[in-house]
Design a binder for this molecule. Structure first.
Ligand SMILES: [Zn+2]
Length: 339
């Protein structure tokens, strides 16, 4: 019996020493000390041992068991320590490595142009006002003197949510909303996104941005409009810039005009940029139609005003000499980083 136990112990020691992982060590524990383990089998066989020999054999079995258990524990500690060391080595942070560069965002040319326009008008005492992009037909068309049969209302030009609600085709409805509030005088610009069912090409997009301006006060004349826009053009394109007003028609202004500025590339002598004319068209404007004032609850006998609208993309394209509007929407960082 004693020999048998020594044999088991030697075998156990060998298995334990060979264990190079906690899993293998556990397998060894089960093989010798488990319910069906070899040492357990010896204990189960005690009933066949002669009565007077039992205490001695029992002691031997216990000694063997303790020896194996103690070796198991020591080995387990060693393996765990080794595992921890390995983990620490693998997860070490090398502080001498160059850091990952944090990519900081870049302002979009549209945003830069908008901030420039806002700066100019805020400097002249204007307020920046925003309004809803999903707008009632009433504000987008009717209150701006655009009758039901006007071609602009065609479904080919306008996105309809239902027959009364549209995606605004201009930022002018913000003007109607401000006029309705009845706080006079008004000096405001309304920048924002507008929508028209256009196909995408170099100069068109179904979604683009407008900045509209409105001034309503007593004794406002066309001279105020001209002076304001001349000042705006000089601030935006340089002090040498001249402006030209051409008669035009808009339903919500009377009289109406389109404004050209002298080409800031050639100074007006004509070049490829201005297609040889020396002039570049930048915006539409006019005196607010008395009917529009009336519909918004303002007495046209007492008050008058002017309004203008400029495409933000148009300004960004001109200012940064970008020849395709699509570039503004693709958000290719290689393009955007240039501004
Ligand atoms: Zn030119």
């Amino acid at each position: 019996m004693k020999e048998k136990l020594q044999q088991i112990q030697a075998e156990a020691v060998r298995r334990i020493q060979e264990s190079d992982s906690l899993d293998k060590l556990n397998e060894a524990r089960v093989a010798f000390l488990g319910k069906k383990g070899e040492l357990t089998a010896v204990l189960k066989g005690m009933k066949d041992v002669a009565k007077e020999e039992r205490p001695l054999v029992g002691q031997l079995v216990n000694e063997t068991r303790e020896a194996i258990e103690s070796l198991l524990d020591q080995t387990k500690e060693k393996l765990e320590a080794r595992l921890m060391e390995q983990k620490l080595r693998e997860e070490v942070i090398d502080v001498t490595l160059p850091a990952k560069k944090a990519e900081i965002g870049h302002r979009h040319p549209n945003t830069i142009a908008l901030e420039e326009v806002e700066r100019i008008f805020i400097g002249m005492g204007y307020e920046v006002v925003e309004g809803p992009e999903v707008e009632y037909d009433l504000y987008n068309f009717e209150k701006l003197n655009i009758p039901a049969n006007h071609p602009a209302k065609d479904e080919q030009d306008t996105f309809y949510i239902n027959k009364d609600i549209v995606l605004r085709t201009q930022t002018s409805p913000v003007q109607a909303r401000v006029m309705e509030q009845g706080k006079l005088p008004i000096r405001m610009i309304a920048p924002g996104r507008v929508f028209r069912s256009d196909e995408v090409d170099a100069t068109h997009s179904p979604s683009f941005h407008q900045i509209e301006g409105l001034v309503v006060d007593k004794h406002i004349t066309f001279a105020d409009l001209k002076g304001t826009l001349e000042e705006f053009a000089k601030e935006l394109f340089g002090p040498e810039t001249k402006t030209k007003f051409r008669p035009h028609h808009f339903p919500f202004t009377e009289p109406s005009a389109e404004v050209d500025v002298t080409c800031f590339k050639c100074g007006g002598s004509g070049c490829r940029f201005c297609k040889g004319s020396g002039w570049i068209e930048i915006l539409g404007c006019g005196m607010v139609h008395p009917h529009v004032l009336e519909m918004c609850g303002i007495d046209p006998e007492e008050y008058s005003g002017f309004a203008f609208g400029v495409g933000l993309e148009r300004i960004a394209l001109l200012k940064y000499e970008i020849d395709d509007m699509r570039l503004l929407y693709e958000n290719d960082t290689r393009f955007l980083k240039q501004f």
